[in-house]
Design a protein around this ligand. Structure first.
Ligand SMILES: [Zn+2]
Length: 86
């Protein structure tokens, strides 16, 4: 426990650090829970704990290229539970 699991209905976004911010090998797709309407935080924290600042990351419309494995691992279990239920 203690992880930042998204709740069903939470809005999440897929973001990736921009070219030049980090090396190509670290440009993975992070899953980020979005704040509520009207809340504009100084930075967003991905499910894996990565700190993403405005201007450093680009918003993607889906997972493109290499996904962040820790982020995926936090999202995947809830999908697995659904298929395992019953
Ligand atoms: Zn991540």
């Amino acid at each position: 426990m203690g992880s930042a699991m998204p709740y069903p209905g939470d809005t999440v976004a897929v973001v990736r650090l921009r070219r030049g911010v980090v090396g190509e090998t670290r440009r993975v797709c992070h899953v980020v829970p979005l704040p509520g309407p009207g809340e504009i935080p100084d930075s967003l924290t991905a499910l894996c704990g990565a700190d993403l600042r405005p201007g450093e990351a680009e918003l993607l419309h889906g997972i493109t290229g290499m996904p962040c494995e820790p982020c995926l691992a936090k999202v995947a279990p809830s999908v697995g539970q659904l298929s395992a239920a019953g």
